[in-house]
Design a protein. Structure first.
Length: 515
C-alpha cells in the first residue's frame, strides 16, 4: 500500500507547501531500445532534504546526472527556480548552484583542507595568493560550522570530517542544491548521527539536499520528502516518509515483500582458522579461532582494531609477531599472495578503489591476481569456464563475458568480486562490508549466498557497520577496543542492543572466550 492509503503504486503525494526549487517534467533517458529512465515528473522543494531510494540500476544515477547536467535527457525539461535549464552544460549548472557529490568522490589526502576546498578556483592561474586561499577556506569552514583547521592535510582528518569536507567543497560558491550519493559509506552509527545533525543544522539555515541512500532508516531519520524509483520508473513520492515502516519502504523499492535473511546457527565443524598472539602496528596481541561453517562478526569503532586485525590476517598489513594457521598449517601473512596461498581470501569494502579496474571486462575481473595460463599463455577457455560457473551460481546479471565491469550495478560488481575470491578456492573468507552500497534486495541475496558457502565448510569473518544486519547473519561476534579483543557476543547475548553496548565498550554486556 502506498503512502496515500491506496493500492496505486504510482500514487504521488504533494511533498509540501514550500516553493519548488527544481522540477523535472517528463524527463527520460533511453540508450537504443533500453530505457535507463522512463518519463517522470519530480519536484524538489526549496529548503527540503529530499530522499531518493531505489535498487541498483533503478535509475537514480541517471536522474541525478540529468539534473546535474552530465547526462542529456532523451525527453523532458529541467526547471530550476522557474528557468528552463535543460540545454545548460554541467559547468553552467554548477554556476547556478546545482552540485552532485558522487558516492566515490574522494578528497585529495596529501593536500591541505584549504587546498581541497579552493584549488579548483585557481586552475590555470599564473600566481596564487595562499594567504587569501587560507582565509577564504577558514571563512567557508566557519560558514558551514565545520570546526577543522584549514592548514592540516585532509587525509589526517577523521572519516566523518572528510565527508563533511567533501560536502562543504560541493556547497562552496553558491551551492544551492547539493545531491549527496551515499555520504555515510563506511561511517559508524555514531558518525552517521553526527553527520545527520550537521546536515539538519545546514538545512535549518535553508540549504536544500537530495539524499541518496540504500538505508531506509537513514531516509526516515534525515529526510522530509522522498522519491522511490524502480525499474527506471518513479513508483512513489511524498512527504510522509516517517509514517512508513522500513518494511513498507523496502516493498516499494523492490516491488514485492522483502524477507530478511536470518541465519540458523549450529552447523559449525572443526577449527579452520587459528590466530595466536597476532600483533601489527597499534594492534594486538589478538587470539581467536573460526570453525568450518561458522560466520564470526568483527565489531568495533574505527581504529578499534577490528578492521586492522582482519587486514593483517589477509596479508594487507605486516604482522609483527604471533601466528596464523589454516587447517593446522602456518600461513605467513606477509602479503596478500602468501595469505591466498595459505587459503585466506579478503573482500575489500572499497570495490572501486581496491577491487575493480573499470575498463576490464567482467570475465577478466574475475581473474585479477590469478590469471589462468596454459603453456605460458592466457587460458581463455578456463577463464570462460570460471565466468560461466560463477555467473550461474551467483545469479550474476550480465549481458556478456566481455561487458565492462564498470557498466554493472553495485550489487553485481560485488558478486564479481565474490566470484573472484571463490575461484581461489579459499578455506577462510574475510568479508569487509560485503553489502556496502548495494540495495536491500541484493543484500539479502549476498547473505543467502554466504550462508550457502558455509554449508560447504567455508570459515567466514564478516565486518559490517550495520548492526541490525550483522546480528542476523553471524553465529557470534568478537568485539574490539583499543587495538585488542574486548569480549564476545553469542547466543542470546547476540543482540543489537548488546552490539551497540560493545561498540561503546561497556564490558558488562558481553563476556566469554573467543576460542
Amino acid at each position: 500500500m502506498t503512502p496515500d492509503g491506496t493500492n496505486n503504486p504510482g500514487g504521488i503525494i504533494n511533498p509540501g507547501d514550500g516553493a519548488p526549487l527544481l522540477e523535472v517534467r517528463g524527463v527520460s533517458k533511453r540508450y537504443g531500445e533500453a530505457w535507463a529512465l522512463h518519463p517522470l515528473d519530480l519536484t524538489i522543494t526549496e529548503g527540503s532534504i529530499h530522499g531518493l531510494l531505489g535498487k541498483n540500476g533503478a535509475g537514480k544515477s541517471t536522474l541525478m546526472g540529468i539534473i546535474a547536467g552530465s547526462i542529456t535527457p532523451t525527453s523532458g525539461q529541467v526547471i530550476f527556480r522557474g528557468q528552463d535549464i535543460t540545454g545548460s552544460s554541467l559547468a553552467a549548472r554548477r554556476r547556478l548552484g546545482i552540485r552532485l557529490l558522487p558516492q566515490h568522490a574522494e578528497i585529495m589526502p596529501n593536500l591541505s583542507v584549504a587546498e581541497n576546498l579552493l584549488t579548483p578556483d585557481y586552475n590555470g592561474a599564473a600566481w596564487v595568493n595562499w594567504r587569501d586561499v587560507r582565509a577564504r577556506a577558514a571563512e567557508l569552514l566557519q560558514r558551514y560550522d565545520l570546526v577543522i583547521p584549514p592548514d592540516v592535510p585532509a587525509g589526517s582528518l577523521a572519516l566523518p570530517d572528510q565527508r563533511k569536507l567533501g560536502i562543504v567543497k560541493t556547497l562552496a560558491g553558491n551551492g544551492q542544491l547539493a545531491m549527496l550519493d551515499e555520504p555515510t559509506t563506511a561511517l559508524s552509527q555514531a558518525e552517521r548521527v553526527s553527520l545527520f545533525d550537521w546536515m539538519r543544522d545546514l538545512n535549518a539555515g535553508g540549504q536544500t539536499f537530495v539524499y541518496i541512500s540504500h538505508f531506509n532508516n537513514e531516509i526516515q531519520a534525515v529526510c522530509d520528502e522522498y522519491t522511490i524509483l524502480r525499474d527506471a520508473q518513479r513508483v512513489a513520492s511524498g512527504a510522509q516518509v516517517k509514517q512508513l515502516s522500513s518494511a513498507q519502504l523496502s516493498e516499494l523499492v523492490v516491488g514485492s515483500e522483502v524477507t530478511e535473511f536470518r541465519r540458523d546457527s549450529g552447523r559449525v565443524g572443526d577449527v579452520v582458522l587459528e590466530v595466536d598472539g597476532l600483533t601489527s602496528d597499534g594492534v594486538g596481541p589478538v587470539s581467536l579461532t573460526v570453525r568450518a561453517g561458522e560466520i564470526v562478526g568483527f565489531i568495533g569503532l574505527p581504529g578499534s582494531g577490528s578492521q586492522e586485525t582482519a587486514r593483517t590476517i589477509a596479508g594487507l598489513r605486516p604482522p609483527r609477531s604471533g601466528s596464523v594457521t589454516v587447517d593446522g598449517r602456518t600461513v605467513r601473512c606477509r602479503s596478500v599472495q602468501s595469505a591466498v596461498r595459505g587459503g585466506i581470501a579478503y573482500l575489500t569494502p572499497d570495490r572501486i578503489g581496491e577491487g575493480l579496474v573499470g575498463p576490464l571486462s567482467v570475465q577478466e575481473s574475475m581473474h585479477i591476481g590469478a590469471w589462468p595460463t596454459r603453456h605460458g599463455f592466457l587460458d581463455l577457455s578456463d577463464m570462460r569456464r570460471v565466468f560461466e560457473r560463477y555467473r550461474d551460481s551467483l545469479s550474476l546479471r550480465v549481458h556478456r563475458p566481455q561487458q565492462p565491469v564498470s557498466e554493472l550495478s553495485g550489487g553485481n560488481q560485488q558478486k564479481v568480486l565474490i566470484g573472484r575470491l571463490l575461484a581461489l578456492q579459499p578455506k577462510v573468507l574475510i568479508l569487509d562490508e560485503p553489502t556496502l552500497g548495494i540495495d536491500v534486495g541484493t543484500k539479502e541475496e549476498v547473505h543467502r549466498l554466504v550462508d550457502e558457502l558455509t554449508d560447504h565448510g567455508l570459515a567466514v569473518i564478516m565486518l559490517a557497520y550495520d548492526t541490525d544486519e550483522l546480528v542476523r547473519v553471524v553465529d557470534r561476534a568478537v568485539a574490539f577496543a583499543d587495538g585488542s579483543i574486548s569480549g564476545e557476543l553469542a547466543g542470546d547475548r547476540l543482540s543489537v542492543e548488546n552490539v551497540l553496548d560493545a561498540l561503546a565498550h561497556k564490558e558488562s554486556t558481553y563476556t566469554g572466550s573467543v576460542k
